[in-house]
Structure formats: structure tokens, C-alpha cells
Design a protein around this ligand. Structure first.
Ligand SMILES: Nc1ncnc2c1ncn2[C@@H]1O[C@H](COP(=O)(O)OP(=O)(O)OP(=O)(O)O)[C@@H](O)[C@H]1O
Length: 254
């Protein structure tokens, strides 16, 4: 599935938050969006999953203009993991994960055995199958994050939009989550803070600064010392693994 934005701008109130942003997520790509705090990563993702309305430019999902697709159809196609995970009511883990089936159902349609099976499978994928009856709000931050990923997978999406998916996760589950999403064979568009994890898992990177894309390419092309200095204000050395060609960023100071 293809996700495209062209010359996208988003204003909130009178403030321009992102400006002239063009991105392209193509078949089988894992596209990372990186940038300092407040650079506009979540705003870009929110406009793609339709929480924010663009003030200019266009968004295309699977070759169709976003506003020509119903919200339900979008929700079926795009699995979303957002940054905030508080639910106001005491739902169990299973109930939260079953919410992922909603876009596939008609109003008041009861859940089927197949729905439960898909939910159980998703919980297994994230190692949370033993906590199905726990109240979601009693889980740790990392456990919640894994349940929310399971909810996104339960929708059997064609692409995943992830906002800092490894937030709260210990290193084992950071790697496990990125392995899971990259093995699904669907497109992934994800805001990432850990540049080394982005370098390992992303096939393409967009780097943002002050609401604009300032660099785009493979991790090796984008993560160069000058850009890291300019955009993040850090000094870094880049080493390359000769066997797999992956790069590793070593921070040497600010
Ligand atoms: N509702 C809002 N009202 C005013 N400003 C907002 C609003 N939402 C976001 N912003 C501002 O827009 C800018 C971009 O925010 P955004 O959340 O997209 O950044 P980000 O790159 O995802 O940041 P982080 O890495 O901290 O999550 C920030 O300066 C933020 O304060």
C-alpha cells in the first residue's frame, strides 16, 4: 500500500506546525520519521491518520485522495499506534485488543469466534497472551504499549502508522516490536526517537526540523555527522558494519 503526502501544511490555530511536507511510503517500505522534540513528527502522522486536517497540500492513501475515502475505510486500512495510551474506563486487555476489530464490523454486530481468534493471535505476537483478563489501566507503560500494538494488529491493517512505538519498552521488547512489525510484510510509517534503531529497521528515513523535511534517503545517506549536528545539536561518529552494511551512530557529545 502506498501513502503519499504532497506539499502538506498543517496549521493549528494561527500557528503553522508543518510546512510543504512531501513523503512517500511505498510497497514493503519501513519509513522512519526522525527529528527533535517539537519538529512536527506527530503532527504529520496525525494528518495521515485524520486527527488533524491539512491546511494545504494533499494526502493519498493507496492511490486515492484521503478525503475521497470514508473514515471507516481509512481505519480498516491503517493500523495506528499513538503516543497517549490512557483509557478512561476500566477495559480488560482483551476488550482493548478487540476494539481493533471495530472498523470491520457493522453497527451492533456481535464479535465472532474469528474476531476473538485474531485478537488472541495478536496478543501472542506481542507476548501478552497471559494477561487477557487484566484491567488495561493496571498495566505498566511497556505492557500497555504491547497491548496497543496488539490492538493495531487485530485490525489486520494494510499499513501501520506508529508514533514512537518503542516508548516505554525495555530493549528486548523494543527489538521484538520492531522485528514483529517489519516481518508483517506491510508498510510501516513510524516516528522514531532512537536513531540507531531507526538505522537498523528503516528502509527510508525522513528527517524533520522545525516543521519541514530537511533530509530524506537511506539511513546511511541521512545519518551523517553534519546533519546530526545541525538538526539534533549532537556530535556523532558513524561506523558501518561491513557484513550487513548497517550503520551505527556513536554520540560523542553536544
Ligand atoms: N494543539 C496544539 N496547539 C498548539 N501547538 C501545538 C499543538 N499540537 C502541537 N503543537 C506544537 O506543534 C509543534 C510540533 O509538535 P509535534 O507533536 O508534531 O512534534 P514532535 O516532533 O512529534 O515532537 P516530540 O518528539 O516531542 O513528540 C510543537 O511545537 C508543539 O508544541
Amino acid at each position: 500500500m502506498n501513502i503519499k503526502t504532497k506539499n502538506l501544511s498543517v496549521d493549528i490555530g494561527r500557528k503553522n506546525i508543518i510546512h510543504d511536507v512531501s513523503i512517500d511510503v511505498e510497497k514493503h517500505e519501513f519509513v522512519g520519521i526522525v527529528g527533535p522534540n517539537g519538529s512536527g513528527k506527530s503532527t504529520l502522522l496525525k494528518s495521515v491518520y485524520r486527527v488533524l486536517r491539512p491546511s494545504a497540500g494533499m494526502i493519498e492513501i493507496d492511490g486515492k485522495l484521503q478525503n475521497e475515502i470514508s473514515l471507516k475505510e481509512s481505519a480498516k486500512k491503517l493500523g495506528v499506534l499513538t503516543q497517549s495510551s490512557d483509557l478512561s474506563f476500566d477495559f480488560t486487555v482483551e476488550e482493548v485488543v478487540m476494539m481493533g476489530r471495530t472498523p470491520h464490523k457493522k453497527l451492533m454486530e456481535p464479535d465472532s469466534d474469528e474476531d476473538y481468534e485474531i485478537a488472541r493471535d495478536s496478543l501472542k505476537k506481542v507476548g501478552m497472551e497471559d494477561l487477557t483478563d487484566r484491567e488495561f489501566n493496571t498495566l505498566s507503560g511497556g505492557e500497555r504499549q504491547r497491548v496497543l500494538i496488539a490492538r493495531a494488529l487485530t485490525g489486520q491493517p494494510k499499513a501501520l502508522i506508529l508514533d514512537e512505538p518503542t516508548n516505554h519498552l525495555d530493549i528486548h521488547y523494543q527489538i521484538s516490536l520492531l522485528e514483529i512489525v517489519s516481518s508483517l510484510g506491510i508498510e510501516v510509517f513510524s516516528a522514531m526517537h532512537d536513531l540507531n534503531l531507526a538505522a537498523t529497521y528503516c528502509t527510508k528515513i525522513y528527517m524533520m526540523k522545525k516543521g519541514q523535511i530537511v533530509s530524506c534517503g537511506t539511513p546511511k545517506e541521512v545519518f551523517v555527522p553534519e546533519m546530526l549536528r545541525d538538526v539534533f545539536g549532537v556530535n556523532a561518529e558513524i561506523s558501518e558494519n561491513r557484513e550487513n552494511g548497517r550503520i551505527n551512530i556513536i554520540y560523542t557529545g553536544i
